[in-house]
Design a protein around this ligand. Sequence first.
Ligand code: A3P
Length: 345
Amino acid sequence: MLFKQQALLRQKLFVLGSLAIGSLLYLVARVGSLDRLQPLCPIDGRFGPRSQDEIPLRALQFKRGLLHEFRKGNATKEQIRLHNLVQQLPKAIIIGVRKGGTRALLEMLNLHPAVVKASQEIHFFDNDENYAKGIEWYRKKMPFSYPHQITIEKSPAYFITEEVPERIYKMNSSIKLLIIVREPTTRAISDYTQVLEGKERKNKTYYKFEKLAIDPNTCEVNTKYKAVRTSIYTKHLERWLKYFPIEQFHIVDGDRLIAEPLPELQLVEKFLNLPPRISQYNLYFNATRGFYCLRFNIVFNKCLAGSKGRIHPEVDTSVITKLRKFFHPFNQKFYQITGRTFNWP
Ligand code: A3P
């Protein structure tokens, strides 16, 4: 009798234990994917009729699974057909600015279930050899996506290359253009740091930043130095404005993206007419890296590579002051054209 009762109790405990473990596993999975499983359109219908903005649930589920595999080239033709996957030309391009935070911006936007990034810089519009291969070549470089999703690519050289605005205009005159900028002197030093690291890797010597940024004959800012020229944002933007109206550009504050990424990303979501899906859950500060990192779900998170967030060399304060004074009028013009003011000195 006692033995029978014990067996019954063991059986009950086993059932209860299984139920508890099952519920726990369900909760863990649910929390991890909460972000992905929110209703796709807000109740108040702010983003238009559901049919237009709807992103198929499978797109959300497969964002890091199936699609990821497909991008690595593991998809069979049958899988592509079955899942209705396509390689779409980009609806938005991050055209620059080099060292503005272009990689961070692309990776963070890729957190959005409706966005699929082209992982590599494609350099289609700035490289004559690539451009000569034609638009189909470019499209084939794009990742697989669902028709409801948008593809975004980034090639920072586009911003400063003469021929690019006209070439992009010929592909799609209503494309959305993203430009991420940082305080121009800091950006120039970041640019220098990247080149310096490349030289050091090859055991080559290089000049000090001060020597490159200041003309030794005139003691004025050296406008022939590429890192300086790239930071004259207004000059480059003016070339783009010959082809696209200012409404087609969105300026991202790269300094704010470092310190407080979410509000900057929310502005981009709005500009791209995407329902707001990137949340604080997707971004966490990593004290070791000193930067925000990305959380896709409970299992998958990542920080940017070590080449992003380098330690800059110390630069003579008089050179910094000179550069800031030099950039000041260009910055004022940039604020005026873009309608976005930054607290740059
Ligand atoms: P530094 O290396 O000078 O710090 P780009 O991707 O255009 O080359 O820009 C690189 C810059 O992105 C880095 O410049 C870094 O400051 C900035 N950045 C912005 N957000 C970042 C993040 N979450 N992780 C790493 N770097 C980030």
